[in-house]
Design a protein around this ligand. Sequence first.
Ligand code: HEC
Ligand code: HEC
Ligand code: HEC
Ligand code: HEC
Ligand code: HEC
Length: 636
Amino acid sequence: MFRTFTHRLLLALLFYMPLAMHAGPAFEDNMAQRTLACVACHGKEGRAGPDGYYPRLAGKPAGYLYNQLLNFRDGRRHYGLMTGLVQPLSDAYLMEIAQYFSALNLPYPAPQPAIASQETLTQGRALVMQGDKARKLPACVQCHGQAMTGVAPNFPGLLGLSSDYLNAQLGGWKTGQRRAHAPDCMAPIAKQLSNQEVAAVAHWLAAQPLPAQTQPQAKPSPWPAGSDPINCGSALLIPAKPSAATPQPKPASALAVQGAYLARAGNCMACHTAQGGDAFAGGRAIATPFGTVFSSNLTPDPQTGLGRWTASDFWQALHHGRAKDGRLLNPAFPYTNYTQVTRADSDALYAYLQTLPPSIKPNKEHAMRWPFGTQAALATWRALYFTPGEFQAEPSQPAEWNRGAYLVRGLGHCAACHTPRNALGGNKNSSDLAGGMVSQQNWYAPSLRNVQEGGTSENLAQDMLALLKTGIHPGGSAIGPMAEVVKGSTQHLSDDDLKAMVVYLKSLTPPSTPTSLPSKRNEERKPSTALGAKLYEDRCIQCHGAQGEGVNGAYPPLANNRAVTLNNPVNLVQIVLYGGYAPATTGNPRPYGMPPYVLQMNGKETASVLNYIRNSWGNRAPEVTELDVNQARERP
Ligand code: HEC
Ligand code: HEC
Ligand code: HEC
Ligand code: HEC
Ligand code: HEC
């Protein structure tokens, strides 16, 4: 009795002393902590959400879970919130997450009572246990294990899933909404089943109790004599083939090796790779205010890629924004910045791209609103906003500054997001970095000239270096499009180049200039409400701490974090609605995640909690309105 009492008292004290504890009482550095963003939907320890819509993860074969994470990332399965969360993560980390959930051996809930007729259930049972020889439909247990608990490492079990979920998945395969790695053996099987048979199978499976032993079968069942074994792509995938995120071309020469590095500095792969497509083979849709532009195939295929281009053709594209055939290119390709690249670096990039495995993929035609895509419109735009010009070093500045300026203004194309644009998507000074909206994405890229936004000072130099190298720093975290920049580009740059960039960025905010922007919305500032405080305590405190102090290396602080107090609140709305992981980088390979709240908080609640964090712990920032939130909720 006494022990329990002191125990409780201690717990209570710990709970009410978050300041003294600093890191917060709940923090323990383990996989459970790193996957809190997942269990927000998938239930405690991945035992499934309460209504069966969020599938169980615990105890499923690791290879199967891993393949699903790749499927969401690469577009073979569709659920936007899942895709957004797994996108910044590396294959190695996704595998680790899969192994973590797979190793959790937890009891299953009782099966759903069968609500179908006996006849339907009998039909379902027969299909699962025997298949249908006449239609050459194998028994489901052939692949999913005789006990239906799956076969390690890649075949999932079929028990412990709700009939709604089973119906949705089999239906997804019938319509092509859900796909697995090719050859996708489930697709022809699901397509052979009528809707009525799908329902029968789902009802019967959902009503089956789990056996005492719920672990997946260790080895596949042998195929019966006389039947043709069916291969499954997902079953052949261990170890997984390197995905588009990690292409391993064999650079042939020192020049190509240098080009590979420069391609990182320019983040060429990010735009030139479609979701789940071959690296650099193009086809990624890029939304612009004037319609959709598709990136081109940069692999050396002679018909559809750059196979017939010379180094001069390539230079013409990078420097002048003209294709080999003379066509003016759309400035969604940031040649307004790449024009600064030297001819020597252009040649190295070209040499590298020519070493890639050729991929046959014809370029897609852009879908621009008339007249914006026409050559005449592009010519006008270029006359207003584009001046070809190679980088000129400033002799008064040291070599390090010049190297930084070259990378930031040129290949780094930081200005593509961090520079304000007018209604025509142009800016007279294509390197001014005074802060701008990321085209069509409802993210604000802060001013890199103002230390209250994203600018660098003497004090912040180390932090900005850490941000570009690892994706996190003691005062904040790279989120949204900036996470993609760190993952695809800056983390791969040498320390010397990153330092040079920071030296240049620091020079954009000389200490003598006043740094505060006129804050138009300041008068509208309202004190934070009780609702905001309550929501913060219920939903955010566990990670970000009672004083918004965060946990160093895991959860960004919200107190004294300039991302929180930016005048423009769009980034905050995005992160709270859609959550996210910091990018997985060499310096921070296993980042922590934030759950999405779009399904749990309405516009008013989201605005309240944001107003609370914007005006607590010494933070001061203008009000976020319900309208700000609702505009982001309506994003396509
Ligand atoms: C906003 C809610 C939500 C969050 C957060 C979320 N998931 Fe999911 N997840 C889902 C839904 C819904 C599905 C099923 C989608 C479908 O029907 O295809 C799913 C499917 C999956 C699957 C496939 C399961 C199976 O049996 O086929 C895996 C694996 C998975 N999620 C892992 C994760 C991991 C790991 C995280 C954290 C990084 C995560 N999820 C975060 C909602 C979520
Ligand atoms: C030839 C082998 C094979 C046969 C036969 C087979 N499956 Fe599958 N099934 C697979 C593989 C492989 C996967 C995993 C696909 C992936 O990686 O996404 C799978 C996945 C599934 C899933 C998704 C599970 C989840 O948690 O989301 C369901 C449901 C399913 N199968 C049902 C069935 C049913 C019902 C039958 C019988 C009518 C059947 N399968 C027959 C190989 C098979
Ligand atoms: C922000 C997205 C983006 C980035 C980053 C990007 N590109 Fe592109 N690129 C595009 C788009 C979009 C097009 C298509 C333009 C058009 O057809 O009008 C394109 C076209 C091209 C072309 C012309 C190809 C042809 O067939 O006409 C070349 C060459 C090219 N890019 C090279 C590169 C290189 C090299 C890098 C990295 C240094 C790079 N791109 C980075 C978006 C991007
Ligand atoms: C695709 C658009 C995009 C590009 C390209 C881009 N950024 Fe960003 N950047 C953003 C967005 C959006 C934010 C705000 C989100 C955040 O704080 O992470 C941001 C934030 C930042 C911050 C502030 C981070 C903090 O925690 O205070 C810095 C510094 C920064 N970017 C530097 C750069 C540099 C240097 C480059 C060029 C190498 C660059 N960015 C290229 C979109 C971009
Ligand atoms: C499970 C832990 C967790 C919870 C709960 C959580 N967050 Fe976060 N939060 C994170 C992580 C991790 C990041 C960094 C994400 C990234 O880099 O993409 C983050 C980032 C943020 C950021 C951006 C900070 C920056 O420097 O860019 C804000 C703002 C934020 N969270 C607010 C909230 C609010 C408000 C709530 C409650 C409604 C909340 N968080 C709940 C883990 C959490």
